[in-house]
Ligand binder design. Structure first.
Ligand code: MGD
Ligand code: MGD
Ligand code: SF4
Ligand code: MO
Length: 714
């Protein structure tokens, strides 16, 4: 029996894997994992399917004259290095763009050696899935707490009021809130007398299990939150408490909220003023927490909503308090390490060439990628390195990117599949599967509802002709002769590390050093965490509940929280204007399904069997007006595209709103996903709009996209 961790979503469940030789016999929940306590969801079993998948690439692929052939690693590396080097020399480093996808966050090798390669390409055209995801949270945390990594999370197990806005943790299993077994945690919350309230344009699975659900018009959460803050100030319910003593800007926030009474925002949000007033009072009276995720991020007011969410918690005394929004004390403290080595994270230090979108943390919003490839001139993107991402299916106007990629001089993908994006590459470098590599959740442990640490050894040793992600990245970094990280005082030391030394260290050596330097580390003979102690505890170790961390953990120069940063106050004018905009007849939102994982697990047979899932949810009223019956095929048309999908009629979605999941559309020519292509569905990002962004953060605004829906007569 091997004990490991599921890397598919943020819950990071412990798994017990039974093997027979090179074959997985079973994958079960690890009952001895102190955090997940035996819980897994149906996706865990897919780890075996992914490992065994005959479509998963085991050797590099090279595209020559339009057809793919397998190659040696050496030949594949040579080609990549030759082309990237040439393009950098002729056109400069910005001509090589990088896109990093979501699985990066679940992969120790990519978090360490991946960044060594990809960030040291020195390009301003650095993109990632962050800007179709949590970027608004990061921009809010950056301006309020001094660092984008300081995103507070709900202290779920001790709260007595969970206000959940634009998240569906019963299906997603939680995000920026690592908490395995959400169903049990929410059940326990209610069993101890607590309340769960969900604000969502759809009566989601989480809403159905909650005490109360409020429908909200997509994209209007910032108005709703500002109205709650208005009620709290006008009814003198604010009590920022201890944290208030080092918070600046409360008066500015109070002033900003004056004109946003619930009565003023109700026509836009669709939430009756009386209900919102009651909600604000109940929240202020409880020891609760307000939490928001994808639904409040991927919309036109993503940054404003994230800011107001944190601000609401703060004015109610729920920031940095047990049962409220708290900061973790992770064993590997990325933010502390970054500071120690002198890595400065900035905002708006440069802008994208074509549209002038702002940089954050060295990255530009991915909504700009297609135009940066298409638009000629100095600084045009001519090559692309995609690592663990599928932007053709996952970024707005994915169809435009799909058309732009063939225009590149060179593209390389570090990815185990020949999919909708990687089919445009010239070289694909496939890494080992999650069961073949060691694992530690550097990123997710930083956002877990308990402080935990767990290291897993590989279940299977990799074959001699396979490469881990980190080995691929280290090899390319060496062959390209790239510099080391800008490591400040530690720079000299690291700069002196040869490839051989780095190879010997590997991600595990770096992890060991980070654990020792971390808050629980081995120090001066005192026992503490190191890689060795984690190896001795293969189920993981519990490091206790979240602890108050402020003001010490703040990274702002004056060690104060800015509750009303100027960047956000400036956005209030746009919020004011939004109160008088009439809503389009129909707008689109997304959703997730327990058996899916963004775009890339649809080749696992057991996860796609059953009813089709790429189905448009539509309210009966909207369906009747258009003579659409359950199961009818409908066209979904936006400013940028048209797709066809079946419709499902339901009362569980707000009138005027339709919902379609992302990550489908596996019928494009030239992929090698034999299972996925049989349940292809359509890609919602063929109709989302790269021009629709939250202007403050640059994040994609998927929610609230105006669409037309019509029955398609076959
Ligand atoms: N319309 C709409 N679009 C969305 C969203 C939405 O809600 N609505 N959600 C957005 C969100 S939150 C996210 S995070 C993004 C995800 O966007 P992406 O990260 O671009 O897409 P994924 O579907 O996660 O694709 C992951 C890719 O990584 C590969 N991969 C898997 N494991 C590994 C590994 O260990 N190493 C390497 N090298 N590759 C690996 C897979 O084969 C796949 O090609 O999608 C976003 N897109
Ligand atoms: N099974 C499964 N789990 C996953 C993933 C997956 O693809 N499948 N993806 C993982 C990833 S990458 C992420 S980032 C997380 C995301 O985790 P969550 O944020 O929990 O994601 P969703 O399930 O998409 O929930 C978003 C909710 O927001 C609602 N919503 C949409 N627009 C709005 C709006 O304007 N306002 C409000 N208030 N609500 C709105 C939607 O109806 C939906 O119920 O999930 C992770 N977990
Ligand atoms: S909840 Fe997430 S981490 Fe847990 S088993 Fe399911 S996919 Fe894996
Ligand atoms: Mo995500």
């Amino acid at each position: 029996m091997h004990f490991s961790t599921c890397t598919l979503c943020e819950a990071a469940c412990g798994v017990a894997v039974e093997v027979d030789g090179n074959r997985v016999v079973s994958i079960r929940g690890d009952g001895d994992d102190p955090f997940s306590q035996g819980y897994i969801c149906p996706k865990a079993a897919a780890l075996a399917d992914l490992h065994d998948d005959p479509d998963r690439l085991r050797r590099p692929l090279i595209r020559v004259d339009g057809s793919w052939r397998e190659s040696s690693w050496d030949d594949a590396f040579d080609r990549v290095v030759h082309q990237i080097d040439r393009i950098r020399k002729v056109h400069g480093p910005d001509a090589v763009a990088v896109y990093q996808g979501n699985p990066t966050a679940h992969n120790l090798g990519l978090i360490t050696f991946g960044q060594l390669l990809l960030r040291n390409l020195g390009t301003k055209n650095l993109y990632s899935a962050s800007s179709v995801d949590q970027l608004p949270h990061m921009v809010a945390a950056h301006h309020m707490f001094g660092d984008g990594l300081l995103m507070p999370i709900p202290d779920l197990d001790r709260t007595d009021f969970f206000l959940c806005i634009g998240a569906n943790p019963l299906v997603s299993n939680g995000s920026i809130m690592t908490a395995p077994n959400m169903r049990k945690r929410l059940h326990d919350l209610r069993a101890r007398g607590g309340r769960v309230v969900v604000v969502d344009p759809r009566r989601s699975e989480t809403a159905a299990a909650a005490d109360q659900h409020l429908f909200v018009r997509p994209g209007t959460d910032a108005l709703l939150l500002l109205s709650m803050i208005h009620v709290i100030f006008t009814e003198h319910l604010e009590r920022p408490g201890r944290v208030g003593s080092f918070t600046a800007g409360v008066d500015a926030l109070r002033k900003a909220a004056v004109e946003f009474a619930p009565e003023a925002t109700a026509p836009a949000t669709g939430v009756p003023a009386r209900e919102l007033r009651e909600l604000a009072r109940a929240f202020a009276a409880a020891h609760g927490v307000a939490y928001g995720r994808i639904g409040i991020c991927t919309q036109e007011f993503g940054a404003a909503a994230s800011w107001l969410l944190y601000a609401l918690n703060l004015v109610c005394g729920r920031l940095d308090e047990p049962g409220g929004m708290m900061f973790t004390t992770p064993a590997v403290d990325l933010e502390m390490l970054a500071k120690r080595v002198g890595l400065a994270v900035g905002f708006d230090r440069w802008r994208s060439r074509v549209r002038g979108l702002k940089e954050y943390g060295g990255e530009l919003p991915v909504a700009a990628l297609a135009e940066e490839i298409e638009t000629p001139g100095r600084g045009q993107v001519r090559a692309l390195v995609v690592s663990a991402g599928n932007p053709v299916l996952s970024t707005p106007s994915g169809n435009r990117l799909d058309r732009a990629l063939p225009g590149l001089e060179f593209m390389v993908a570090i990815d185990p599949y020949l999919n909708e994006t990687t089919r445009h590459a010239h070289v694909i470098l496939p890494p080992t599967s999650p069961l073949e590599r060691s694992h530690y959740d550097v990123a997710l442990n930083s956002y877990a509802v308990r402080n935990v640490a767990k290291f897993s050894s590989p279940v299977f040793e990799r074959g001699p002709d396979q490469r881990h992600d980190w080995e691929i990245c280290l090899e390319l970094w060496t062959r390209l002769g790239l510099p080391g990280l800008p490591l400040g005082p530690l720079g000299k030391l690291a700069g002196g590390l040869t490839k051989r030394a780095l190879r010997r260290l590997g991600p595990e050596g770096l992890l060991d050093a980070a654990l020792r330097l971390g808050p629980y580390g081995v120090r001066r003979g005192r026992s503490g965490l190191s890689l060795r102690t984690l190896r001795e505890n293969p189920h993981g170790v519990d490091l206790g509940p979240l602890m108050p961390r402020l003001p010490e953990r703040l990274r702002s120069n004056d060690r104060r929280i800015q509750i009303a940063p100027p960047l956000f106050l400036e956005d209030v004018a746009r919020l004011r204007a939004r109160t008088s905009v009439s809503s389009p007849e129909l707008v689109l939102i997304g959703r997730r399904h327990l058996h899916s994982n963004n775009s890339w697990c649809h080749n696992a047979g057991r996860l796609v069997k059953g009813k089709p899932r790429c189905v448009l949810l539509m309210n009966r009223r909207d369906a009747d007006i258009r003579s659409i019956a359950n199961g009818d095929r409908v066209s979904l048309v936006s400013r940028t595209g048209r797709i066809e999908v079946p419709a499902e009629i339901t009362e569980d979605i707000m009138p005027g709103v339709v919902s379609l999941p992302h990550g489908w559309g596996h019928d494009r020519a030239g992929t090698r996903l034999r299972v996925a292509e049989r349940t292809a569905g359509a890609s919602v990002n063929d109709i989302t709009d790269g021009e629709a962004i939250d202007p403050v953060s640059g994040n994609a605004a998927f929610s609230g996209l105006p669409v037309q829906v019509e029955r398609v007569d076959c």
